[in-house]
Ligand binder design. Structure first.
Ligand SMILES: C[S@@+](CC[C@H](N)C(=O)[O-])C[C@H]1O[C@@H](n2cnc3c(N)ncnc32)[C@H](O)[C@@H]1O
Length: 218
């Protein structure tokens, strides 16, 4: 069962009681997403056409923030999100992100309601394709500039932090692409290195000492 909870910056998150883990840091969902995926992900690229893959779309917060930044910076974003357990309308329609970041609720609804398995033109700068599939089975011919790796933690979902999965994500990236994640665990960084990533350890969001940016080329 998914339950809406409030994090310390006032933004909502979801607590999944089957996994017994929250979708975001209790120190602030928006603050965390802005830090890990926008400041150290989206904003690290200078490209004017960006392809982004998100692993675990969940509440749609990273998707929404990226759409907002794409419009501010006039960057054309092709965003591909995969999610194995899409959240239901009675949950996503209650999420409070848009009020807190100066957007309209309809913009979050557009992200959740648009078709799965198809390309959706959300606005001038933002195309979205969502696939309801697990990362293990996901295949595509597209190469991505950035991967937002936002799976549940290695403790809760070790199968998604394996060498095989990191190799798959390495292969899904463009030659100058990179992956960002909130996690900076030693074993995870070693696995990333093993498949060829060049690791950058960055300051973490509030409540977390570090996060990781894994570059395909050094
Ligand atoms: C930490 S939450 C991510 C939160 C999300 N990015 C957000 O901002 O709300 C992890 C997400 O991964 C999804 N997930 C779990 N197992 C998955 C799998 N094998 N493949 C793809 N997504 C998965 C979960 O349903 C959940 O939405």
């Amino acid at each position: 069962m998914n339950k809406i909870v409030i994090t310390n910056d006032g933004s909502h998150s979801i607590f999944n009681d089957k996994i017994n883990e929250c979708y975001h840091s209790k120190h602030g969902a928006i603050v965390e997403a802005e830090h890990v995926f926008i400041r150290n992900g989206f904003s690290r690229s200078i490209k004017k056409d960006l392809s982004i893959l998100e692993i675990g779309m969940g509440t749609g917060l990273n998707t929404l923030l990226t759409k907002q930044k794409a419009n501010i910076k006039k960057v054309n974003v092709s965003y591909h999100a995969i999610e194995l357990y899409p959240i239901k309308k009675n949950v996503f329609s209650k999420l409070n992100f848009t009020d807190l970041i100066g957007m309209h609720q309809q913009e979050l609804l557009d992200i959740h309601i648009c078709d799965w398995g198809k390309h959706n033109i959300i606005d001038k700068y933002f195309n979205l394709r969502k696939d309801c599939i697990d990362l293990e089975s996901f295949t595509t011919n597209t190469k991505f500039d950035i991967i937002y790796f936002d799976a549940f933690s290695p403790e809760k979902q070790p199968e998604l932090w394996s060498e095989q999965i990191f190799r798959k994500m390495f292969d899904l990236l463009e030659d100058d692409g990179f992956l960002v994640t909130y996690c900076a665990k030693g074993t995870v960084k070693r696995t990333m290195k093993k498949v060829g990533f060049d690791i950058e350890v960055l300051d973490g969001p509030p409540g977390k000492r570090q996060m990781t940016k894994a570059n395909k080329t050094s």
